[in-house]
Unconditional design. Structure first.
Length: 120
């Protein structure tokens, strides 16, 4: 009887060893899965956030120039009430204007189109 218990416990230990090996293989696969998920998550974040950061860095001078060129126009709009006359603060400094904007403002047809669009 005691021999039967010893044989049963040896079989049980053998079965447990096989089961533990299977569990260890599964655990290794799960760990590899988590590792690759982490790596690809970082790559996805770089792909999404990278262009945004680069765009902000490289486009900020262009946006700043555009805002400086347009700021007097918007300041004039906010300071002029209906029926009042614009003052010299409405004059745009030439240092702010890019050559393209100067060319556009000097073209009479373009000026008329802007006046029609924004003033009427």
């Amino acid at each position: 009887m005691e021999e039967n218990k010893i044989i049963a416990s040896k079989e049980s230990v053998g079965n447990n060893q096989v089961t533990l090996e299977k569990i260890e293989k599964r655990l290794d696969r799960i760990e590899k899965h988590f590792t690759w998920n982490t790596i690809f998550g970082v790559i996805k974040a770089i792909i999404i956030i990278g262009p945004i950061v680069v765009g902000v860095i490289y486009l900020s001078p262009f946006v700043k120039t555009y805002v400086e060129a347009v700021r007097p126009f918007f300041e004039t709009l906010t300071t002029i009430s209906p029926g009042s006359q614009p003052t010299n603060s409405a004059i745009i400094p030439s240092s702010v204007l890019t050559p393209e904007i100067k060319k556009m403002l000097c073209n009479t047809q373009t000026r008329e189109a802007l006046v029609k669009q924004y003033c009427q």
